[in-house]
Write a protein that binds this ligand. Structure first.
Ligand code: DAK
Length: 263
């Protein structure tokens, strides 16, 4: 097990849990935190026993209140651009991982925190969560995909409102669910159980095919439809060449539960 200074990292029963651990700063993301998050993601991806990554925040008040404002303020223009590109690279790596990532959102999910959550595959939130891109109130803009992924997820009209009005357009988890920004909202004391439900479902599937679907969606969304459909056909071919495809189809025909191996 790897030890980190700025996150808690646990692996158990096929699940790697990464917990942002700066409760005094509402888990704000600085370089040290994101360096640890990246290393933990890489460790989880390299570990074949890990079927799901859960990303969450400690302290009960925030998933993450955004980029660390003191660090943000200290950047020169070139440093800010480079920092933005580095954070974007990490979110791209998360989207390219075969392992599914669930953001377990338990409180403020703002700015860079929402940007990182949007790079996850599932977002499950408690009803005590608040969402938004308040960067504009600091005279800056989202730098880790907030103007781009949010638009892809909720559409241009709402993305412009959320990004341009900042603090004036924060919204709750029920609204986030209505906007399709999150998968579901549950009372805070049911959050763990709901995340466990998703984990259980994912663990019952082929890890190989789950990873192929993740790439088909994440890569395909950036292509025009003809290319995307061709890419889907290629992904289909890859899925059809797995042992799990043989197992899944055989299990159906033999009227039994499949025993997927992720191969
Ligand atoms: N950074 C650092 N510290 C933060 C923080 C943040 N984002 N948010 C909160 N804190 C700290 C507070 O300063 C306070 O510290 P102390 O004063 O106790 O030392 C502590 O957390 C508790 O916060 P509050 O006392 O303010 O708690 P409240 O319940 O009253 O308010 C709040 C909670 C979440 C509404 C409020 O803290 C707040 O508005 N926070 C700032 C939210 C925000 O503006 N977030 C966006 C940050 S900018 C880029 C990449 C990404 C981005 C930009 C560029 N590139 C790489 C270039 C993204 C930018 C952002 O995310």
């Amino acid at each position: 097990m790897v030890d980190f200074e700025n996150i808690l990292y646990e692996k158990a029963d096929g699940v790697a849990t990464i917990t942002l651990n700066r409760p005094k700063a509402l888990n704000a993301l600085n370089t040290a935190v994101m360096t640890d998050v990246r290393a933990a993601m890489q460790d989880a991806e390299a570990d074949e026993s890990i079927r799901v990554v859960v990303l969450t925040g400690t302290g009960g008040k925030a998933f993450c209140a955004g980029a660390d404002i003191p660090e943000l303020q200290s950047k020169s223009p070139i440093e800010a651009r480079n920092w933005s590109m580095w954070l974007q690279m990490i979110t791209r790596e998360m989207e390219a991982m075969q392992t599914p990532i669930i953001a377990k959102i338990n409180g403020f999910c703002l700015g860079g925190g929402l940007e990182v959550a949007m790079a996850c595959d599932f977002r499950i939130a408690s009803d005590k969560s608040t969402f938004g891109q308040p960067e504009i109130n600091l005279g800056v803009i989202p730098g880790a995909g907030g103007t781009q992924r949010l638009t892809r997820l909720v559409g241009k009209t709402k993305s412009l409102e959320i990004n341009m009005l900042g603090q004036g357009a924060l919204f709750d988890a029920a609204e986030a669910a209505r906007l399709n920004l999150i998968n579901c909202v549950v009372p805070v004391d049911e959050l763990d159980a709901k995340v466990d439900e998703y984990i259980k479902k994912l663990k019952g599937l082929s890890a190989a095919t789950v990873g192929i679907i993740k790439l088909a969606v994440n890569k395909g969304i950036e292509m025009d439809l003809d290319r995307a459909l061709y890419y889907e056909a290629e992904c289909f071919g890859t899925a059809a060449s797995t042992e799990d495809f043989k197992e899944g189809t055989s299990a159906f025909l033999e009227k039994r539960k499949p025993d997927f191996k992720g191969k």
